[in-house]
Design a binder for this molecule. Structure first.
Ligand code: CMX
Length: 133
């Protein structure tokens, strides 16, 4: 893993959260993107070398809707930048980590992604991200 690429934060209302995080971070978001396959709308802020990704569910089936229902708003996942996602997935699988997708899939912000189940990663939903060049 190279660095923390972003921290994902589940929010109930993106418009409200946008105001809060713009005030908190002192910077406006640089990107808003819907990820239909995940049933979410995302909003990204840059903070130094890393990013904050706000996530609002667009459907009750979304992982974000389920998370908020159970735990409320807050940190949902930590995403790490990798240069070779397939190699990292293999490395983690061999060590017993439970991958939530068999092959990398297209995520927000021009990334190939793979999630690792929180129950196999110390209670933290973990994401691998590789920049699509
Ligand atoms: N962080 C930590 N723990 C979490 C969690 C999270 N984000 N989401 C769920 N859990 C915990 C639950 O609290 C539950 O724990 P207990 O058994 O102790 O109550 C356990 O994981 C449930 O696991 P599950 O029954 O396998 O599955 P769920 O239906 O709750 O789904 C998960 C959990 C992680 C498998 C699912 O959310 C998932 O597939 N996530 C990956 C995709 C995703 O999160 N997409 C949205 C973001 C997309 C983006 O960034 O663009």
């Amino acid at each position: 893993m190279e660095k923390i690429e972003h921290i994902g934060i589940a929010v109930k209302n993106l418009a409200e959260a946008e105001k809060t995080y713009t005030a908190l971070l002192g910077v406006a978001p640089y990107k808003r993107e819907a990820v239909e396959s995940e049933h979410v709308i995302t909003l990204f802020f840059k903070v130094g070398e890393t990013k904050i990704e706000l996530l609002e569910a667009t459907s009750p089936e979304s992982a974000i809707a389920k998370f908020i229902e159970k735990k409320g708003e807050g940190i949902h996942h930590i995403a790490y930048a990798v240069t070779d996602i397939v190699a990292e997935m293999k490395r983690l699988k061999e060590q017993g980590f439970v991958l939530l997708n068999e092959a990398p899939k297209k995520g927000a912000d021009n990334k190939l992604i793979c999630f690792v189940h929180p129950k196999s990663a110390g209670g933290v939903l973990t994401e691998l991200c590789q920049e699509i060049i």
